[in-house]
Design a protein around this ligand. Structure first.
Ligand code: GRF
Length: 196
């Protein structure tokens, strides 16, 4: 990565509120050397595409069919738009090891649960010494809720071939405990993720 400029490639599948948070952060902090060079969605109706268009960002809808072919198209797009860092912001497709290796240490992901520092393992030890499970895959907010975990967290981490694993860059948490259903928890996690 050229230290004087950073071209981000945002990969989305849905609402794109975290993409919006990135757009807003770049604008409000006057990060003149950071730009979103490209937004790719695997869903034509992803609202995040509209958000990107509103900000005059280049967008591509990439129908996700056979994985190897789709990944080859995605890699070509990322190169064409000279993307330095791929940011998975609500991207709902598993990327293959060979794709990830092509962009090794240049893909980061936002995951709505806690991941251990080195990204691996199935338990996390809190500062208080409590062991809590690590949730990966789909519906992780619900998984945590069902397991009786009181605190909702989110992690930004480097992407490695194992899904929802890889070294941690940052974490945020919502420590309020009163929400005991999935939707309010997700809603409350949203601003936490945007900060992160
Ligand atoms: C976030 O909760 C993120 O952690 C997960 O997908 C969600 C994306 O939300 N990977 P949005 O599309 O950015 O609003």
């Amino acid at each position: 990565i050229d230290s004087t400029s950073l071209r981000l490639g945002g990969l989305i599948s849905g609402t794109g509120s975290n993409l919006q948070a990135l757009i807003d952060a770049i604008e409000s902090k006057n990060l003149a050397n950071v730009e979103i060079a490209l937004v790719v969605s695997n869903k034509a109706d992803a609202y995040g595409l509209q958000r990107a268009l509103t900000h005059n960002l280049p967008v591509v809808y990439l129908p996700w069919k056979e994985r190897a072919e789709s990944e080859a198209r995605l890699a070509a797009l990322l190169r064409l738009f000279r993307v330095d860092l791929v940011v998975l912001v609500g991207w709902m497709r598993i990327l293959s090891a060979s794709f990830i290796e092509q962009f090794s240490q240049h893909i980061i992901n936002l995951h709505p649960a806690l991941i251990p520092d080195d990204g691996t393992g199935y338990t996390y030890t809190t500062r208080a010494g409590t062991q809590i499970p690590v949730f990966r895959g789909l519906q992780v907010v619900k998984q945590a809720l069902d397991a009786g975990i009181k605190t909702t967290r989110s992690t930004v981490h480097y992407v490695t071939p194992e899904a929802d694993a890889g070294p941690v860059i940052g974490r945020e948490e919502d420590t309020r405990q009163e929400a005991d259903t999935e939707e309010p928890r997700r809603e409350r996690l949203t601003p936490v993720e945007h900060r992160l």
